[in-house]
Design a protein. Structure first.
Length: 497
């Protein structure tokens, strides 16, 4: 990835600051509870939800196992339909390709569909450095852009803002970006939506270049799919003369039959709808011949790696690439609900961000080394995931990597990672535990000493352990070890069993 947000501290420090913001916590609590309650009702309508979930998991796993073949198939199909395919190994390469393609059109403005991939690579900032203005057209992304803010949710990037804050942003910032907000704008949803519609309409009608991501790519035809709720995506995909789509290589599904599964599970898991109001699909240019029919005259597909093949090499962590960006895991996560999305220092917040960002970016920075710990391991994220990503399993796997280091793949090369700083005490404790658990006599002696000296035990741990016991009660030591109690009450009769 292009890096963490500039100036972001590690997760514990950022989260500590966020939980003190009562307005933020109120906004998040209201929004996440509302979305997840609606999702639960939408999912309950399907008797075969468990089967759909399993089917989605298997389709994704099959695709990832044969990703090389399906990527070639996508390239061939897109090219045959009149499009041009570009390969980008990292963020810098992808930004250079997109900037060059825009400059070749002679335009200095682009309109954008909401896209996680372009946020991941910092495309807006890269274009701005080349004198190209990128305008977000998704309502929530527009709010974030006008407010000079950062997204804090996968589905609802402005989830941390309430209606009053949005009204104030529109009033003060819209005029600098284009059509100003109407006089006397209130915070009613209808007026805010109308102000955004009027502001964006002139950009849609003027723009010659559109930039998108994609929710899915169908390998057998080279068709790209975007699902959305507002219609802004449809405008961006059909009105401009040139369309550039930046898509992660993991977004492939092999066939249209496979796509049908995800068009049932994605809307229910994300917006709690039976289907998305707008499902836009395009295959190359019109009839495969530039200049004829509706839609863009030129189509460019930028296939983005940016750490994905490194993640694919990890047998445990690769399941994160199944993610279809529904955000269901965020809406049930007790940590996200209290800390918000900004604390994760990435465009991917919440439980999925805690496992995806450290794999795409590595665990070399303080924030990426801290993200696998941004979870209580309650398992709620796994229960709601429509493609059955075992996020707790990957979190534990990444915690081991942070503490112990070990073999990994970075930049396509096999390397041996060094343990992250600040975990020496944890490693020493684990080594001591391993030594004791492999020596029953020493373990029994230690248990008896702990029981007999329990009145002398402190209420909090000293040194590095203070961070753990500062928010938890130390478990009390029982009066006698379990082994001694069992021997005393059962006389060892069943011990052999």
């Amino acid at each position: 990835m292009s890096g963490t947000y500039l100036g972001m501290p590690d997760f514990p420090e950022a989260a500590r600051e966020a939980v003190r913001n009562t307005t933020l916590r109120g906004n998040l609590r209201h929004a996440t509870h509302t979305i997840r309650d609606k999702r639960a009702r939408a999912v309950a309508e399907l008797d075969d939800w468990a089967e759909l979930r399993e089917a989605g998991k298997r389709i994704k796993d099959h695709t990832l196992r044969h990703l090389d073949r399906y990527l070639v198939q996508v390239e061939e199909a897109v090219t045959a339909a009149g499009g041009t395919v570009h390969w980008a190994a990292d963020a810098d390469e992808a930004n250079e390709i997109v900037a060059r393609l825009v400059e070749e059109t002679g335009e200095s403005e682009v309109v954008k569909v909401k896209s996680m991939a372009t946020q991941e690579i910092g495309l807006n900032e890269a274009l701005e450095a080349r004198g190209i203005h990128a305008y977000e057209t998704d309502l929530a992304e527009l709010i974030v852009q006008l407010g000079k803010d950062r997204p804090s949710h996968i589905l609802v990037p402005a989830i941390h803002r309430n209606r009053g804050e949005i009204r104030d942003i529109f009033r003060s910032e819209m005029s600098e970006w284009g059509r100003p907000a109407p006089e006397g704008l209130t915070d009613t949803p209808a007026e805010l939506a109308e102000a955004a519609r009027l502001h964006l309409r002139e950009k849609f009608l003027r723009a010659k270049v559109g930039i998108s991501g994609a929710n899915f790519m169908v390998a057998e035809t080279g068709t790209l799919v975007v699902v959305e709720s507002e219609g802004n995506g449809r405008m961006c995909l059909t009105l401009p003369e040139t369309l550039i789509s930046v898509v992660g290589i993991e977004k492939i599904v092999p066939t249209w039959r496979d796509l049908e599964v995800f068009l049932q599970t994605l809307p229910r898991s994300s917006t709690a709808e039976r289907m998305n109001p707008y499902t836009s699909m395009w295959t190359g240019t019109s009839d495969g011949r530039a200049g004829e029919g509706d839609g863009p005259r030129a189509f460019h597909l930028v296939l983005l790696d940016n750490g994905r093949t490194d993640t694919l090499a990890d047998e445990v962590g690769r399941q994160a690439l199944r993610c279809i960006r529904c955000s269901a895991c965020l809406n049930v996560c007790p940590v996200y609900e209290r800390a918000g999305g900004h604390a994760y220092g990435s465009v991917y917040p919440g439980p999925i961000g805690a496992i995806l960002s450290p794999q795409l970016r590595g665990t070399g920075s303080e924030i990426d080394a801290s993200l696998p710990y941004a979870s209580s391991l309650c398992g709620a994220c796994y229960e709601v995931c429509p493609v059955a990503i075992d996020i707790p399993e990957v979190l534990v796997h990444l915690r081991e990597r942070v503490v112990q280091g070990g073999p990994a793949v970075r930049g396509g090369n096999r390397v041996v990672l060094k343990p992250a700083k600040g975990h020496a005490a944890e490693r020493a404790a684990m080594r001591a535990a391993r030594w004791a658990f492999t020596r029953p006599g020493a373990l029994r002696t230690g248990q008896r000493l702990a029981s007999r000296s329990r009145r002398l035990h402190p209420r909090t741990l000293p040194g590095p352990g203070r961070a753990w016991s500062g928010s938890r009660d130390l478990p009390p030591v029982p009066p006698e070890p379990f082994r001694d109690w069992w021997q005393r009450t059962h006389g060892g009769r069943d011990e052999a069993k």
